[in-house]
Design a protein around this ligand. Structure first.
Ligand code: SAH
Length: 237
C-alpha cells in the first residue's frame, strides 16, 4: 500500500505534472478536494473517486476525519491518491496528512504541484522576485484559524513582495494592518481564478484595492513587482 500526496496545480488542467498523471492512472482510490478543474480526474480511469472537500450548507469533513479516511483507504487498497489544489504543502494541510500516514506506518510518496501563489502570478507576467526590485517574498494566509488563542500573523513583514492566499474575506482588515508598515501607494494586483478561463486581474494600490469588487478564489500580490506586470501588459494607472 502506498499513498501519493499529489498537487493538482492552480487551475489550468495542463499545469499538472506528468508524475501526478502517472499516479492518477494507477490509483485505485482518489480522495480529492474542491478542484478548479475536475477534468484531471479523468486520468484516474480505474479509481473510486471520493470527494472530501467543503460542500455548501453541509457538514464537511474535519481534518481529523480526512486523516482517518485516508488511513482506512490506504489499509484497504494498494494505491491511493490524495489530490489537492496547487501544491499540497502550501496551505494545503499536506503536512498533517503525511504525519498521520507516518504514524500508522503507511508508505507515502510526495508529488508537488504548481502552487497558485506563484503559478497564477507567473502566468500573467508578474514575477514574485525581480532583480533590483524584489529580493524576498512572504507567503501568508489572510485567514487564520479563528479558534487560535493568539494570532500568529503580525503583518509587519519586511519582504519586498507579499502574496496573500485565502485573503479576500478579511482583505480590508489585513490591508489596513499592512499599511502600518508599507507605503499606501504600494502597488497591488489581485488575481481571481488564476490560470483559468474566467481569470480576472484587478490592479490598484494598498490604499484603494479594497474599493474594487473582488471575489474569491483570488490571491493578492503586494509590492513593486506589480509594476513589472504593468509594464509588460502596458497598463497605465
Ligand atoms: N495549496 C493551494 C492553496 C490552498 S489555500 C496552492 O498551493 O495553490 C486556497 C487559496 O489559494 C485560495 O483562497 C486562494 O487565495 C488561492 N488560490 C487557489 N487557487 C487559485 C487560483 N486559481 N487563483 C487565485 N487564487 C487561488
Amino acid at each position: 500500500m502506498v499513498v501519493y500526496l499529489v498537487g493538482a496545480g492552480p487551475g489550468d488542467p495542463e499545469l499538472i505534472t506528468l508524475k501526478a498523471i502517472n499516479a492518477l492512472k494507477k490509483a485505485e482510490v482518489v480522495l480529492y478536494d474542491k478542484l478548479a478543474n475536475e477534468e484531471i480526474l479523468e486520468y484516474a480511469e480505474n479509481a473510486k473517486l471520493v470527494y472530501v472537500g467543503k460542500q455548501a450548507g453541509q457538514h464537511y469533513k474535519t481534518q481529523d476525519e480526512i486523516n482517518k479516511l485516508l488511513v482506512k483507504e490506504a489499509k484497504d487498497n494498494n494505491i491511493v491518491v490524495r489530490l489537492k489544489g496547487g501544491d499540497p504543502f502550501v496551505f494545503g494541510r499536506g503536512g498533517e496528512e503525511m504525519l498521520a500516514l507516518k504514524k500508522e506506518g503507511i508508505k507515502f510518496e510526495l508529488i508537488p504541484g504548481v502552487t497558485s501563489a506563484i503559478g497564477a502570478p507567473t502566468t500573467i507576467g508578474l514575477p514574485v522576485t525581480h532583480r533590483g526590485i524584489a529580493t524576498s517574498l512572504t507567503l501568508v494566509t489572510g485567514h487564520e484559524d479563528p479558534t487560535k488563542k493568539e494570532k500568529q500573523v503580525k503583518w509587519d513583514f519586511k519582504a519586498d513582495t507579499i502574496v496573500i492566499l485565502m485573503g479576500i474575506s478579511n482583505l480590508a482588515e489585513n490591508i489596513a494592518e499592512i499599511m502600518k508598515y508599507k507605503d499606501p501607494s504600494t502597488p497591488v494586483c489581485v488575481i481571481e481564478n488564476g490560470t483559468m478561463e474566467n481569470q480576472r486581474i484587478i490592479t490598484g494600490t494598498l490604499e484603494n484595492i479594497t474599493e474594487k469588487n473582488i471575489k474569491p478564489p483570488a490571491l493578492v500580490v503586494i509590492g513593486h513587482v506589480v509594476d513589472v506586470f504593468k509594464e509588460i501588459n502596458q497598463i497605465d494607472e
